[in-house]
Design a protein. Structure first.
Ligand code: SF4
Length: 448
């Protein structure tokens, strides 16, 4: 049978889709690039914000004519909802007239049997299947993710989260933390080198709480960075509570570990941080950034911020503004609070910040961060940085793009260099999000 797989949401979902492709092709299913060729449509979904839910409901509605046509022609058509929204909504989403299979993130090994079961009996959408039990152990060990070609391979090192930030649905959709064994991860990284990948990004919901048989995240990242052929190692997403000195020292000393830390702040107000159950204060966060910059002077620090968490006042917003000015992040992803079903915040705190206030606050933070990012980027003009080539840019013919060590996008006039090559570039210009580089004829002397 032909399967069309569509993926929404975060990098963990994209990585899960690599596992799903592998599970299905090993079982004899064919992955097709066009939906009209498929007897099975799988939608791997995200539940992190309300508009992610709305997008999926809209997508399901567009499948109504296709389901009707396929049922008339073939007698069956499987539409499977996978991922966090499937885990979060379970039976509720089965009420949608096109969905006949719901499978949560820990149940993808069962997909071949579930699809076969539904498609054999689904003549009038009379069989519906749910498999959404969370597992304490599933890490998809032994499954070789079916990746698309590229420079970077995402390597899942742990799944789940035990932190229960009150706004976040992840602990309910992805279950408890569990880490993959070191040998299993290293085996995958060695294989990735043979497949031609130059960079790996270690991935997990709470990556720096990795713990497996006494191996810490600091131990793991050094082991991965020492794999011959791996030029760069990145990681995402960490929690500010788990940055012991050995981890910072590992990042500082190993040339292959990129000097970039994504450090989600969420709010600069102690009162809101406590309501969010983030387990640190604003001063502890500031001190951590100072320690990071002291141990790794050329580090790039980026963040996530939520505006409009329940009860957030203008004074709370001002504290976030003050913290952004103090820390001067290299860049920030800023979101409006969106209540998620089943979270502690949804049960305890009414979503009481009006939409127009959230909009005003997010615009204020965007404007501030843009100014900081622009200043930081312009300060790089005249310096020389190492860039890993990723390929031609779609937006600017005749130019290639790549990433700096600090994860900045750099564009530069096209060169003969191939994706995956590290090249020194002199920075000639900068915007809030992009650096403009030019090739050198001399070897690299400085690093950013
Ligand atoms: S650390 Fe908090 S925000 Fe991140 S996945 Fe866990 S609960 Fe969600």
């Amino acid at each position: 049978m032909n399967v069309f797989l569509e993926t929404y949401g975060c990098q963990m979902n994209i990585s899960d889709s690599e596992v799903i492709r592998s599970v299905l092709s090993n079982a004899g299913y064919t992955l097709v690039p066009v939906i009209d060729q498929a007897q099975v449509v799988l939608i791997n979904t995200c539940a992190i914000r309300e508009n992610a839910h709305r997008k999926i409901y809209g997508r399901l509605d567009t499948l109504r004519p296709l389901r009707k046509k396929m049922q008339q022609e073939k007698g069956h058509f499987v539409v499977g909802l996978l991922g966090c929204m499937a885990q979060n909504l379970k039976e509720t989403i089965l009420k949608h007239p096109v969905v006949n299979m719901v499978v949560g993130p820990d149940n993808y090994r069962a997909l071949p049997e579930l699809i076969a079961k539904v498609s054999e009996t689904d003549t009038n959408k009379n069989l519906q299947v749910i498999d959404a039990d969370l597992s304490e152990y599933e890490t998809y060990q032994g499954i070789d993710p079916n990746r698309f070609d590229g420079v970077n391979a995402w390597v899942v090192i742990m799944r789940g989260c035990d932190n229960f930030c009150t706004f976040c649905v992840v602990p309910y959709t992805r279950g408890r933390e569990r880490s993959r064994a070191l040998d299993d991860i290293l085996g995958e990284v060695h294989a990735l080198v043979l497949q031609g990948f130059q960079q790996v990004t270690l991935l997990g919901q709470n990556v720096n709480s990795y713990q497996a048989n006494g191996i810490s995240f600091a131990d793991l990242i050094l082991e991965v960075a020492n794999v011959p052929g791996i030029e760069r190692v990145r990681f995402t997403s960490p929690h500010p509570k788990d940055f012991p000195e050995p981890l910072l020292e590992a990042i500082a000393i190993h040339p292959n570990i990129c000097k970039h830390i994504h450090l989600p702040l969420q709010s600069g107000s102690d009162r809101i941080l406590e309501l969010m159950n983030r387990t640190y204060t604003k001063n502890e966060f500031i001190q951590l950034t100072q320690k990071i910059r002291q141990i790794i002077p050329n580090i790039s620090i980026t963040t996530d911020i939520i505006v409009g968490f329940p009860t957030e006042t203008e004074a709370d917003q001002q504290e976030t503004i003050d913290l952004i000015k103090t820390v001067e992040f290299d860049s920030a992803y800023i979101f409006k609070y969106s209540e998620r079903k089943g979270t502690i915040a949804s049960k305890k705190y009414p979503d009481d910040v009006p939409p127009e206030v959230k909009t005003r606050r997010i615009v204020a933070l965007f404007d501030l961060q843009h100014e900081i990012s622009l200043n930081k980027n312009q300060a790089k003009i005249g310096s020389t940085i190492n860039v890993m080539v990723e390929g031609e840019t779609d937006k600017r013919p005749g130019f290639q793009m790549g990433k700096s060590d600090g994860n900045m996008t750099v564009i530069f006039p096209s060169t003969p260099h191939l994706p995956g090559e590290l090249i020194p570039l002199e920075i000639k210009n900068a915007t809030t999000a992009t650096l403009l580089g030019q090739t050198l004829t001399i070897p690299v002397l400085t690093q950013t």
